[in-house]
Design a protein around this ligand. Structure first.
Ligand code: BDR
Ligand code: CA
Length: 317
């Protein structure tokens, strides 16, 4: 069975990715590395611990990764992130505190060790900034070729972005390390914003979670409804909210949910042009062989329906 590691800045759609990975029958979730983005890293890590506890998965270890980008010495949560995910990252929902703490090994060292141990059998899913991945490759360059499958949520091949007209939040947090990861990591698949925005979940689905009458069903419905309301209030979408991060998990397990192009990507750094952090298909490498793939289409109906089926089973405990 394939092994999966998630790298989460645990906000609401990260929480859905976590639940999806816990419930997915075809993979063994061996750890969660924490990142910063939707919240500061300490809150992200605690959210992951508490969500795992809620789901009865206290055996999945949680690690602390890098707390800010390598070009800054500090991270502040963007106001827009707090509007979408709440001040605590999970829509102000209060969860029972998990009866355990994070691991002492660093997230970066855990990823390096797992890359050596599982190699081709390892699926790595970053759904926050790519700081942990880039830091791991810089520390041990063999990581770039060892990990069998890296499928990330981030970037936008076609505009608009969700932070600036050109940039998506995960890449915007740390463009330098994102570029490093894009240009070094082999077997990388990008699931960008232009694709994930086509996968919406509505209050019809969360009503079914609530109807399970379980603690997990109620809490997940509560946090997802916060996210759906935020999408409506901010004018992003009136009906539903995007399944960004769980789509990356699903594609990591079953690539046939999306259609991809073989495309080398890089990330821009020009602060003045307003596209700092933009992901761009590298035209100079267009005809060269690449192991990178960029998702451009998604089978929306099949994914949303499979997502809902899996959530109904994982929340029913
Ligand atoms: C991405 O940024 C975060 O806010 C979400 O969790 C998702 O990973 C969407 O741009
Ligand atoms: Ca995320």
């Amino acid at each position: 069975q394939k092994k999966m590691i998630l790298d989460l800045d645990t906000g609401i759609d990260d929480a859905l990715a976590l639940a999806y990975a816990v419930g997915a029958p075809d993979v063994d979730l061996i750890g969660i590395i924490s990142s910063y983005g939707n919240t500061v890293i300490e809150t992200a890590a605690q959210n992951s611990l508490d969500l795992l506890h809620l789901l009865g998965a206290d055996d999945v270890p949680v690690f602390i990764g890098e707390s800010h980008s390598s070009t800054t010495d500090h991270f502040d949560v963007m106001p827009i992130s707090q509007l979408i995910h709440g001040k605590n990252g999970i829509g102000e929902v209060v969860l029972e505190t998990a009866p355990r703490a994070v691991e002492t090994q660093s997230g970066v060292d855990f990823l390096i060790a797992a890359a050596h141990q599982y190699a081709d059998d390892l699926i790595f899913i970053p759904t926050g900034p790519l700081t942990n991945l880039a830091t791991a490759i810089k520390k041990d360059p063999t990581v770039a070729t060892l990990i069998g499958n890296t499928t990330l949520m981030g970037g936008a091949l076609t505009v608009p972005g969700n932070v600036t007209p050109f940039t998506e939040a995960n890449i915007h947090q740390d463009p330098e390390d994102a570029d490093y990861a894009f240009t070094h990591q082999k077997n990388l698949t990008m699931v960008g914003l232009d694709v994930t925005l086509r996968t919406l979940l509505t209050k019809k689905e969360t009503a079914a979670w609530r109807a399970l009458n379980t603690a997990a069903g109620n809490k997940f419905a509560e946090l997802m409804d916060f996210y759906i309301d935020a999408y409506a209030n901010l004018g992003i979408d009136k009906k539903g909210a995007a399944l960004h991060d769980p789509l990356a998990v699903a594609v990591g397990i079953d690539p046939s949910y999306v259609t991809t192009l073989p495309l080398a990507m890089h990330v821009t750094f020009d602060q003045k042009s307003g596209d700092y952090g933009r992901t761009i298909g590298d035209k100079d490498k267009l005809l060269e062989p690449t192991t990178s793939k960029v998702a451009v289409l998604v089978d929306t109906n099949r994914f949303v329906s499979d997502f809902q089926t899996l959530m109904l089973s994982v929340l029913d405990n």
